[in-house]
Design a protein around this ligand. Structure first.
Ligand code: NAP
Length: 281
């Protein structure tokens, strides 16, 4: 692709007012000396949504958009609208990045490699152990898939047990084992190497929320990955850090999924440092 090109990217979702994606992608474009805009496309859930999503797919097909991201609540709604799914998007059953390849609209999922790559800064992901994942929604799906694919034993705790059970049964062909638990400290396993929070408990503005009891110790040596990045240190992370546990927030995952999308859309190596600096401003 030529540097003189004007790129149009964007994010489809609802709500979007706290999204960091425009500043992350604008920083990436600037750092690569590329001209372009990253737009926010608010599409509320409802009867009109599929038509509005299809319009964005058409815009991509006709060259008015060069790529877009998808977030809550449309990651699954995009599945029937694309021509092809990558293996990861198809297996996870969710699309967060859309692009045109050889005239075909392709749905990809960069949340999975984004989470997995960032997790490597916290634990040895290639040495499969046991993980406890709190929550069983959209982001849990990507995290659970990534861990099971790497052979981890994953226990999923959700307040609606049927949601945890559905996720635990979603990937039977992956090497790791998955099981479901109620969201209850008494039911949690006593030993695990990694705790992953995928619930919004502790997220801005309700920063006092915490998905783990303040008085219950975490297993010795257990690392904590919290997908939340606002605030940068959640109550869960603070408690765990003070007790000597390695912790990490979800900013690295956010940057990495954006970086992978940027590389697909532009063919350039993503300027990850500039992207992170823009998100931290
Ligand atoms: P989601 O699809 O709504 O899933 C949230 C999960 O948490 C569901 O299982 C939900 O259960 C559970 N939950 C919500 N409130 C709870 C509570 N009070 N007690 C126990 N469980 C509760 O949301 P998501 O897309 O997975 O996002 C979850 C979090 O991850 C958000 O904070 C989001 O910002 C963050 N995230 C970060 C990244 C990143 O790149 N770092 C990417 C995606 C998401 P119910 O279904 O019963 O409500």
């Amino acid at each position: 692709m030529e540097n003189s090109r004007l790129y149009h990217f964007g994010l489809i979702g609802y709500p979007l007012e706290h999204s960091l994606s425009p500043q992350i992608h604008h920083a990436a474009l600037r750092a690569c000396c590329l001209e372009g805009e990253y737009h926010l496309f608010l599409i509320p859930p409802g009867p009109e949504a599929q038509v509005l999503l299809a319009e964005k797919v058409t815009a991509l097909r006709e060259g008015r958009l060069q790529g877009f991201n998808v977030t809550i609540p449309h990651k699954q709604n995009l599945l029937p609208l694309v021509d092809e799914l990558t293996a990861t998007a198809s297996e996870v059953g969710a699309v967060n990045t859309v692009f045109l390849r050889d005239g075909k609209v392709v749905g990809e999922n960069t949340d999975v490699p984004g989470f997995y790559a960032d997790l490597q800064g916290l634990v040895h992901t290639d040495t499969p152990q046991r993980a406890l994942v709190l929550g069983a929604g959209g982001s849990a799906r990507a995290a659970v898939y990534a861990l099971l694919r790497a052979g981890w034993d994953v226990q999923i705790a959700a307040r609606r047990l049927e949601q945890a059970q559905a996720l635990a049964g979603a990937f039977p062909r992956l090497p790791g084992r998955a099981s479901a638990l109620p969201f209850d400290l008494l039911e949690f396993p006593k030993n695990f190497a990694l705790l992953v929070n995928t619930t919004p408990l502790g997220m801005y503005p309700k920063v006092d929320g915490c998905p783990w009891s303040e008085i219950a110790p975490l297993p010795e040596g257990c690392a904590v990955y919290d997908l939340i990045y606002n605030p940068p240190e959640t109550r869960l992370m603070q408690n765990a850090r003070i007790s000597g546990h390695p912790v990490r927030n979800g900013l690295g995952m956010l940057i990495e999924q954006a970086a992978l999308a940027f590389e697909i859309w532009t063919g350039k190596s993503a300027p990850r440092q500039a992207m992170r600096a823009a998100a931290e401003q």
